[in-house]
Design a protein around this ligand. Structure first.
Ligand code: SDX
Length: 428
């Protein structure tokens, strides 16, 4: 027996079905609301509105739960490899040893990008933000793989597009960094695993025999897993809505990268370090900045704090904070900015303003400290987020296509001028 909600409006009663999710979440299905009642709903920022039914990632913001296809983020971050998690998110199950070997083999065959990518790259000034370069290079993949423009091709061909994407993004990301540094690009080495290959393309130079630090590779593996998906966040919702017009996977993710770039979303990891550096340069007075964050007349916000869903703690921040400690001690790095971050967290968490609003450190608060320790420059932090998030974006796009979702086209409430006559210019 389907439970129903009743809407009483204008002397009539409308019954709206209640949908129950796998974790017992409840939703009012309003898909027939306008046809029945003439009403639409309004929910700026979709704070209360579900856009889809999805089987990929489950979040519980009150209890700080994050699971990819039912597996807890704590388990996966501790025990899995990033490619294993990418396989899980995209295909729905953890791979067998044979499936993982085949996946790795397929990915390793496609790490090289077309040589013409270098001429596109050369067109970017060295001051170009790597996120802008990455979004453009991802879009350029449609030029080299025109068949990928049609998302309705066979499942095998779509899977080929997916494999190429997982394989090439590290190369495009590392090359966007080399463009920033005006250093020669480093080509992929398929004898290395996913993280090692990326680290080498980022930091090696033709003149040195680069030694990959296993601590750095292990930290990167964990960070990429922690960023791999997060249900209907701003960039995933962007990928789904762009893909709902039957735009290609590459075009949809290029749009997702642009959405992630914003400082309220993935760009926060860069903004956190810039904020911590500002506090350090200003004498380390964290109380002053906590007060600024509370002052409604001051646009300053504590970057890396707060979350649309998590209202007690972000489980990823807990894991990253410990990893930051471990990486810094294993690499023997003293980073004064970490001390400021921990003091800022302590002061904010004891402050009524933050407690009352459920504002806690999110995934971006500590990740920048690890990236810095790994030698990654600040304006590459959000590129690192995109590298981790790619399997999630792919999984979301694939699910939307396989569910044959309709094109996304929200309604609105019009508040502009009502009808009026055109006035000749000499009469205005
Ligand atoms: C990510 O959605 C996802 O899952 C995203 C993500 C993912 O994995 O994809 O988890 C990654 O984007 C994490 C968030 C990174 N962004 C930041 O760290 C930027 C700083 N945080 C905020 O701007 C904010 O907290 C958001 C954007 C994250 C969430 O904003 P909401 O849900 O729209 O909440 P809101 O802006 O309405 O804030 C509610 C209240 C307001 O105060 P009141 O009007 O109630 O008095 O909390 C205040 C806000 O002013 N507030 C903050 C604050 N964040 C919210 N005040 C000071 N500092 C902050 N950081």
């Amino acid at each position: 027996m389907t439970k129903k909600a009743e809407l009483h409006y204008d002397g009539k009663v409308y019954e709206l079905p209640i949908i129950t999710g796998a974790e017992n979440e409840k939703a009012i299905d309003i898909s027939k609301l306008r046809g029945q009642s003439g009403l639409v709903t309004l929910d700026k920022g979709f704070k209360n509105t579900g856009s889809c039914e999805s089987a990929i990632t489950f979040l519980n913001g009150e209890e700080g739960i994050l699971r990819y296809r039912g597996y807890s983020i704590e388990d996966l971050a501790e025990k899995a490899t990033f490619l294993e998690v990418a396989f899980l998110l995209i295909y729905g199950e953890l791979p067998t040893a044979e499936e993982l070997d085949n996946f790795k083999e397929d990915v390793s065959k496609h790490t090289l990008v077309h040589e013409d990518v270098r001429s596109i790259l050369d067109g970017f000034p060295s001051k170009s933000h790597p996120m802008g370069v990455l979004s453009s290079l991802v879009s350029s993949l449609t030029a080299f793989y025109p068949k990928s423009l049609d998302p309705n091709r066979s499942a095998e061909e779509v899977n080929g597009t997916i494999i190429r994407f997982i394989a090439k993004l590290p190369t495009l990301a590392a090359w966007s960094f080399k463009n920033r540094m005006r250093q020669p690009v480093i080509y992929p080495d398929n004898s290395l695993d996913y993280c090692e290959n990326f680290i080498r393309m980022m930091f090696s130079l033709p003149t040195v025999n680069y030694e990959i630090n296993p601590v750095v590779a292990a930290a990167l593996n964990k960070l990429l897993i922690l960023h791999a998906d997060h249900e209907q966040n701003c960039s995933a919702a962007t990928v789904r809505i762009v893909g709902s017009s039957h735009a290609s996977l590459y075009a949809s993710v290029s749009a997702g990268i642009a959405a992630l770039w914003g400082p309220l979303h993935g760009g926060a990891n860069q903004a956190v370090i810039e904020m911590l550096e500002e506090i350090k340069a200003d004498g380390g007075d964290v109380d002053k900045y906590v007060a600024k964050a509370k002052d409604k007349s001051d646009p300053f916000r504590l970057m890396g704090f707060g979350h649309r869903v998590y209202k007690n703690f972000d489980p990823r921040a807990t894991i990253i904070k410990k990893a930051a400690d471990d990486v810094l001690s294993e690499l023997g790095i003293e980073d004064p900015v970490l001390d400021i971050a921990m003091e800022l967290e302590k002061v904010a968490l004891e402050d009524e303003y933050f407690k009352a609003r459920g504002l806690y450190p999110n995934v971006d608060f500590y990740s920048g400290i690890i990236y810095r320790a790994l030698g990654i420059p600040t304006d590459m932090f959000t590129v690192m987020f995109a590298l981790g998030r790619l399997p999630g974006w792919i999984a979301q796009w694939k699910e939307m296509r396989e569910n044959n979702e309709p094109i996304g086209r929200p309604r609105q409430v019009y508040t502009g001028a009502t009808q009026r006559k055109y006035v000749a210019i000499d009469k205005r």
